[in-house]
Design a protein around this ligand. Structure first.
Ligand SMILES: C[S@@+](CC[C@H](N)C(=O)[O-])C[C@H]1O[C@@H](n2cnc3c(N)ncnc32)[C@H](O)[C@@H]1O
Length: 267
């Protein structure tokens, strides 16, 4: 971790590094509410340390979009906490971590070893904001590179969390990644968010969309589909009445409700 302000002014608008600043900004924004859903104060602290023109991010309409990232992250936090309570000696692989502070936000059992993984340029920036310790390490590698997994102990249950990552990969890359994970670990859970295939076609930034949970079981017989949840299904947690009404309406329209969903698998 670097002392003082960390210079992110070189991060280009629309770049991969920029996407992680967007989600950090929205989580930090949401944490400042008196009725915060996620309570990600580490995000707010990280943002305060970063030198970047965050004023430009007001175009992301944080007053309503803060809840998209907060509800998504909260669902994954709830599932992760449930898994770690049953496996207090687990290995956690947090893929495409960006600047997310999940490792510091969750109350981790003492026996958990946590690995945050993202591409080398992002991990280089991340190292300036967060510090490693005995049970927390960062790995700068593409998740599509098979080598990084060799560094991870494989004799314990694994929790794999991939938030805001898999839609950026191709179908082939997702299939190979899932295969490598289930080949390496005896047991675990995998949780991620996904969009439908038509969404990946319409939004050029994305490359892979998931049809339904059973699609992955067909790809990889070791994966058992456990559950899924739409971001919008948790609209009742939104404290702002007007925005809650918009999310409720969105949740009532199947194409909207099913656009962004979180999935959970066991193996
Ligand atoms: C939308 S951001 C999400 C970051 C973080 N999970 C969050 O929710 O704030 C997408 C992240 O995926 C990472 N990413 C994209 N492709 C990747 C790859 N092939 N390997 C590792 N990370 C990747 C990006 O660098 C970026 O940090």
């Amino acid at each position: 971790m670097t002392e003082g302000k960390v210079d992110f002014t070189g991060v280009k608008w629309g770049s991969v590094e920029w996407t992680m600043l967007c989600t950090l900004y929205l989580r930090a924004y949401e944490s400042r509410s008196n009725h915060s859903i996620l309570g990600d104060h580490a995000a707010a602290e990280a943002m305060d340390r970063i030198d970047y023109d965050f004023d430009r991010m007001k175009s992301l309409r944080p007053s309503s979009n803060q809840f998209l990232v907060a509800l998504r992250a909260k669902q994954l936090d709830v599932w992760a906490t449930d898994f770690l309570a049953r496996h207090p000696d687990a290995i956690v692989l947090h893929l495409g971590c960006g600047l997310d502070s999940r490792a510091f936000r969750l109350d981790l059992p003492a026996g958990v070893d946590w690995f945050d993984v993202d591409v080398p340029t992002v991990v280089e920036l991340r190292r300036q904001v967060y510090s490693e310790h005995d049970r927390y390490q960062m790995i700068g590698s593409s998740v599509t590179d098979p080598e990084w997994l060799d560094r991870i102990p494989a004799d314990r249950p694994v929790l794999v969390v991939a938030e805001g990552l898999l839609p950026y990969l191709t179908e082939n890359e997702v299939r190979q990644l899932l295969q490598r994970l289930t080949d390496r670990f005896p047991t675990g859970e995998l949780m991620f968010d996904g969009i439908p295939p038509w969404g990946a076609k319409v939004m050029k930034i994305f490359r892979w969309g998931i049809r339904d949970g059973h699609q992955l079981e067909q790809w990889n017989p070791r994966l058992r589909f456990l559950e899924k949840a739409s971001i919008f299904s948790h609209f009742a947690e939104i404290p702002a009445r007007g925005i809650r009404a918009v999310y409720r309406l969105t949740n009532a329209i199947p194409a909207c409700r099913n656009f962004s969903r979180m999935y959970r698998f066991g193996f």
